[in-house]
Design a protein around this ligand. Structure first.
Ligand code: GLU
Length: 481
């Protein structure tokens, strides 16, 4: 049996979107599951909107996500070039073939002519499609016009009364009538092919066996099938995966928050969490398990478990999943992942004054509160900012006994080696002062942070260090004493 080969073919007209990343991932998982090959090529025929910068960003986002491929721009391969604008002569030869076969023809219609044709069709209630006006032009006429400097486009002659059937591996059997499509342009007058044409040539020459892509390309499929047939190419398998909807069941858009992978990366979602999350967006393995490693996903991934109905992007689930993957990180690993977020924040200076041991304790103190890495800048506030007292903290500091607690800690606080020692010290203080635990914790925490909630006290004390703790306590004694 022929080895499976799939491709991801982004257009570099913007950053990699969640939907694109999911298509890439499904292709990757399919290829890995089948022991097949995976091509990433760039569909940059939209010259106005394509940018090299986006191309680089898209590839970088894929790599970050942990997706790898065997053929591509940097990887090379036997079927390159892998950028469509570098394949123009290849397309040209197939355009000629279609012209020679009589399956394509030159079209000289101007935009104005096409528009007035369309208007007339609208007015008479006809279906809007190209009338085929240039089909009848003689070779001589075509030659004359080209010699006169006119630049024609090339149109594909759509066969009449044909039914095109796709046995889509996700959507089942879908049929299209050829009569619904007018003769369509395959090569624009500037010599650039349109997507529907270039995609067919590339998929065939690159030996693609399965086309796994977004559902929005399903309406393009009949035109592609017409080209497969006209060029006598064997058709590949198709699998069109469903749309991704926001939680309000509307098509995922900027309104729903971040839509590009880069934004999630910047917020500090872990690539392994997104990998897992995206895999479950429209696909599910057998059983209930939701946290699955890359190997488990590869092992379980088959197209017959891809859902027909739209997938809903559930932010709460992504958050939960990210927290699960954050839990798997060791403190030193997490400390390194968090460092860039702190370094880029208002806490840069404070962080550089913190020794490694205390930084790790800080990370340990807040790690369970992090949903994503960027949350660290908020979580670190309590260690780094000037203390400002919230209402509850003011009350706690003005309560009876508060000053005794502050005096006790101010005068006696030693430098601790471990959080356990600080914990034991606080416990002993409760006993010595004959107070309820809460009446010790509250004023102490309020003095140290200005808040009545936050990281565990022993960690707080250790990260701040003896001197800073005493300074903060002193400040509170003066203000509330
Ligand atoms: N370049 C197309 C896109 O970015 C991909 C088309 C395809 O996969 O056939 O949507």
């Amino acid at each position: 049996m022929r080895k499976s080969k799939v491709r991801f073919a982004p257009s570099p007209t913007g950053p990699l979107h969640i939907g694109g990343a999911r298509s890439a991932l499904f292709n990757y998982l399919f290829a890995a599951h089948e022991g097949g090959e995976f091509v990433v090529r760039i569909e940059d025929t939209d010259l106005e909107r394509s940018r090299r910068q986006y191309e680089e960003e898209i590839l970088e986002s894929l790599r970050w996500l942990g997706i790898t491929w065997t053929e591509g721009i940097l990887e090379g391969g036997d079927n390159g070039p892998y950028r469509q604008t570098e394949r123009l002569d290849i397309y040209q030869s197939y355009i000629h073939k279609l012209l020679e076969q009589g399956d394509a023809y030159y079209c000289f219609c101007t935009l104005e002519e096409l528009e007035s044709e369309r208007q007339a069709q609208v007015q008479s209630g006809q279906m809007q499609r190209y009338s085929g006006r240039c089909y009848g032009l003689s070779d001589q006429e075509v030659k004359k016009r080209i010699e006169a400097g006119l630049k024609p486009s090339v149109r594909f002659r759509v066969p009449v009364h044909q039914i095109y059937v796709v046995n889509d591996l996700v959507r089942g059997t879908v049929s299209f009538e050829s009569d619904n499509s007018g003769d369509f342009i395959i090569l624009k007058s500037d010599g650039i092919p349109v997507y529907n044409f270039a995609v067919v040539i590339d998929d065939v020459l690159m030996g693609i066996t399965h086309i796994i892509r977004a559902e929005e390309h399903l309406p393009n499929t009949p035109r592609q099938l017409m080209l497969y047939d006209a060029l006598k190419f064997a058709r590949p398998e198709f699998a069109h995966i469903s749309l991704i909807l926001g939680s309000d069941r509307q098509k995922m858009s900027k309104r729903h928050g971040a839509t590009s992978l880069i934004q999630y990366r910047q917020m500090g979602y872990l690539p392994e969490a997104l990998f897992n999350f995206l895999a479950l967006l429209g696909w599910s393995p057998e059983g209930e398990q939701e946290i699955l490693s890359r190997e488990e996903l590869v092992q379980a991934f088959t197209l017959d478990r891809v859902a027909k109905s739209p997938a809903v992007f559930d932010m709460d689930k992504l958050n939960w999943m990210n927290q699960q993957y954050l839990k798997l990180k060791s403190v030193p690993q997490l400390a390194e992942l968090l460092r860039p977020y702190l370094m880029g924040s208002e806490w840069t200076l404070k962080l550089s004054q913190l020794d490694e041991r205390r930084y790790h304790l800080l990370v340990e103190a807040v790690r369970d509160h992090l949903v994503c890495l960027a949350d660290i800048t908020n979580e670190a506030e309590v260690f780094f900012r000037q203390v400002e007292w919230e209402e509850g903290a003011r009350e706690a500091l003005s309560a009876e006994g508060a000053q005794t607690v502050l005096a006790y800690f101010h005068d006696g606080l030693p430098e601790f080696e471990k959080p356990e020692e600080a914990k034991a010290y606080i416990k002993a203080a409760v006993k010595r002062l004959h107070l309820k635990a809460k009446d010790v914790y509250m004023p102490l925490r309020s003095a140290l942070t200005g808040r009545t909630y936050g990281p565990e006290l022993p960690y707080l004390i250790m990260v701040l260090g003896r001197e800073e703790c005493r300074r903060r306590i002193d400040q509170a004694r003066k203000l509330f004493g």
